[in-house]
Design a binder for this molecule. Structure first.
Ligand code: GDP
Length: 197
């Protein structure tokens, strides 16, 4: 898919405020600092569509972008930022979980994880929750360029092995680097294939 147009639609503080669910939607989520904004900008071939390097955990809004006039790309707030208060974190979790469970046009969730790290509890729990709730998702490894290729592949294998301890099947996996502009096309291909409405 060639991205011809991308337009910011709105920021929503509640799932009910999101745009009418009339076209397919694909959402991106991950821990703060995972590289979500950078990846979205790479996929959209845009410099600063999603704002990078904001204070982590501060922006707790759901941002909708209209792509090629026929699908939404949704930038969800980052989770797992330790420095926000407990009650704020709860509000935040509610915002994300309500959005995911209620958004009728959500086709797929891309869950981003930093390729450098061993599987983190918070990510595994989040994916487990998606599985339990029948939420379709894929795993997107970010920052591939930060490791030597062999080490990156090894980390992906470690991740898969960990998931297969409790799951029968693996979700789709993408390996990306915003720095090298790598992996975005595969994500766009998946979106093109699945967004027939
Ligand atoms: P977000 O909080 O998940 O939106 O993360 P950002 O996109 O703001 O990225 C966090 C930090 O990681 C920034 O300093 C980025 O420059 C850096 N970063 C993001 N993606 C990559 C990548 O693919 N490679 C490298 N080397 N750094 C990256």
């Amino acid at each position: 898919m060639i991205v011809k147009t991308v337009n910011f639609v709105k920021s929503s503080g509640k799932w009910q405020e999101c745009p009418e669910p009339t076209i397919p939607e694909y959402a991106f989520i991950g821990r703060s600092n995972v590289g979500k904004s950078s990846l979205i900008n790479t996929i959209m071939n845009h410099k600063d569509l999603a704002k990078t390097s904001q204070t982590p955990g501060k922006t707790q809004l759901i941002n909708h972008f209209l792509v090629n006039e026929n699908w939404y790309l949704t930038d969800l707030p980052g989770y797992g930022y330790a420095k926000v208060s407990k009650s704020l974190r709860k509000d935040f979790e509610k915002l994300i979980t309500n959005y995911i469970l209620n958004r009728k046009n959500l086709v797929n969730l891309f869950v981003l994880v930093d390729i450098r790290h061993t599987p983190q509890k918070i990510d595994l729990e989040f994916m487990e929750w998606c599985g339990e709730n029948g939420v379709p998702f894929s795993i997107v490894f970010t920052k591939q360029d930060k490791l030597k290729p062999g080490a990156a592949d090894r980390n992906v294998e470690v991740y898969k092995t960990k998931l297969l301890e409790t799951w029968e099947d693996l979700p789709d996996i993408y390996i990306t680097s915003a720095e090298k502009k790598m992996g975005g096309n595969e994500i766009l291909k998946f979106i093109e294939k699945t967004n027939a409405y």
